[in-house]
Design a protein around this ligand. Structure first.
Ligand code: CA
Length: 539
């Protein structure tokens, strides 16, 4: 008996030592946005580099490490967040489509961080439905949330706050850092913005940004997908045919400004949000856009000129929305400095997937093509991460949860499918690091009509399988970075294609993806393509 008591005493002393030492563990600020394509960040060297749309994020890259080859596992909002929560692919965490509800009872990294003695908080967009679990402090947007005067779900109920969403979420994060934090514990703070998600509504102070410049266009703005499988020509996310002048770009069509086209779902539009604007907000908004709308109507644009105009309006609003995010990062970092926390706080910038900013003629995401497969991932950690460092080793969002736990000194559960990035952050290049990544997108038939596909990407090549249609694409990313030449039937690449088919099968088995990937009957393929995505979205 005495022995047991002694052991308990020793154990208690040991726990006491660990927890007093735990105070020195680094804090984590995870700034996460919605739909921010890396090629819209100058530090990522994309074609929008010259615009320098996010100077503070560029500065973060200059002070930390930029992950060049950072990828999602499933390029869509909710599923990407489910992957981050669990460190598991969508088929393992159960959140495969935006229509799903996340099972908050399952193991998540915030719950494990709490157990390890971290204080956890999340503010902004959760997009996983249900009340977040594993957080000491939280306030989240319902669903997609609104840009102006949004509602927030809080532990005390739903509240509405007047102001611009990105700024309000930043306010909550700053209040947490200044007032709500328990100073005896390290913290993990997730600041998750709605911006720059559709319908790309900027802050009032940014409405005039880029007004006097012409943005560069992507080389592939007028891609006609001549070499792709049947998925690309049958999508519904073109700037030309699917981006709506009023719904997406809030052009006054000289009818009833607020009356949505009947076949479009009104509840996700900018109008619903604009009806919430105060008179003062609306006055400033229309003062910026009304003269541009008048000039647009006078020009009577058609064909490619109309596509070019829509691209400019869209991309400018997208980049304007991002400037609000950049301001948020600046304020958060200033707050950390003011509180003396910057030496021991890791600041991470990431976004749930990439996006098409006119690339291939598109907006939105979902595809395994580069623009939407890539996620920004930049880490500043003073004294630990070498400033202005870059790594080209392949990472995925399954790696975030294990990394956070590793930083906290907590155990990484065996069933997490990602790998800690801590060695990479320390400048190491582990010889056994992954040489390929696995991707699987599921939401079909649905809005934008991108068929299900899975695939493998290695350093140089990419193999994609639109399995319901039994169609394949294969790209040589070194020779063809824009993925314009589908080599699947090119005999010169037969051995590489076979190698990648074997690797795809290996990854399916390794990640235990038992999803049904069988081809559908021809009648189903014809029927599903005859239905429009908007109809499916109304389900
Ligand atoms: Ca998203």
């Amino acid at each position: 008996m005495n022995k047991i008591i002694n052991m308990i005493t020793v154990a208690s002393i040991f726990v006491g030592l660990v927890s007093s030492k735990a105070d020195d563990r680094p804090n984590i600020v995870f700034l996460f946005t919605d739909d921010h394509a890396p090629h819209a960040i100058s530090a990522y060297d994309g074609w929008l580099k010259k615009v320098r749309a996010t100077p503070t994020i560029d500065k973060l890259a200059a002070e930390g490490m930029l992950f060049v080859n950072s990828f999602c596992t499933n390029s869509i909002c909710g599923p990407s967040r489910g992957v981050i929560q669990t460190g598991k692919h969508s088929h393992k965490n159960g959140f495969m489509n935006n229509g799903n509800t996340f099972d908050w009872n399952q193991q998540t990294f915030p719950k494990l961080l709490q157990k390890a003695g971290y204080q956890t908080a999340i503010f902004g967009k959760s997009h996983l439905r249900g009340h977040p679990r594993g957080y000491d402090k939280w306030a989240v947007l319902p669903g997609q949330g609104l840009y102006y005067n949004p509602d927030f779900i809080t532990p005390e109920g739903t509240i509405t706050i007047e102001g611009y969403c990105t700024d309000l979420v930043t306010d909550m994060a700053v209040d947490f850092l200044k007032e709500d934090r328990d100073e005896d514990e390290p913290f993990m703070l997730m600041v998750q913005h709605k911006a720059p998600h559709r319908n790309w509504m900027p802050a009032l102070r940014h409405l005039d940004l880029y007004d006097n410049i012409v943005l560069p266009e992507p080389d592939t703005l007028f891609d006609n997908w001549s070499d792709n499988a049947s998925a690309a020509p049958n999508q519904e996310l073109e700037i030309d045919r699917h981006m709506h002048l009023n719904f997406d770009l809030f052009v006054d069509l000289d009818k009833d400004f607020f009356d949505p086209t009947p076949d479009l779902p009104a509840d996700r539009s900018a109008w619903r949000n604009m009806k919430r604007m105060t008179d003062e907000q609306m006055k400033i908004w229309r003062a910026a856009y009304a003269p541009r709308d008048a000039a647009f109507h006078a020009a009577k644009l058609k064909g490619k000129d109309l596509v070019r105009w829509k691209y400019q309006r869209y991309a400018k609003n997208y980049l304007r929305s991002l400037r609000g995010v950049d301001d948020s990062l600046e304020r958060l970092q200033a707050t950390l400095t003011q509180l003396g926390l910057d030496d021991n706080t890791i600041v991470i910038y990431s976004s749930d997937q990439g996006f098409y900013i006119g690339d291939h003629g598109w907006y939105d995401k979902r595809w395994m093509y580069e623009e939407s497969l890539k996620m920004p991932f930049i880490v500043k950690w003073l004294g630990a991460v070498k400033p202005a460092s870059r790594t080209n080793l392949m990472i995925q969002n399954i790696d975030y949860a294990p990394t956070f736990l590793d930083i906290a000194g907590a155990d990484i559960p065996d069933d997490m499918q990602g790998v800690s990035l801590l060695p990479l952050l320390k400048g190491e290049r582990p010889s056994d690091w992954r040489k390929s990544i696995y991707y699987h997108y599921y939401e079909y038939p649905s809005v934008h009509m991108i068929p299900r596909h899975n695939g493998v990407r290695t350093n140089r090549y990419k193999l994609m399988h639109f399995y319901e249609f039994d169609e394949w694409e294969f790209y040589d990313l070194k020779e063809d970075p824009d993925e314009l030449h589908n080599l699947y039937n090119d005999p010169d690449y037969t051995s590489q294609i076979k190698r990648h088919e074997r690797e795809l099968n290996r990854l399916v088995a390794y990640y235990e993806d038992d999803s049904d990937t069988s081809a559908k009957p021809m009648e189903w393929r014809i029927e599903v393509r005859q239905k429009r995505g908007w109809e499916n979205m109304k389900r």
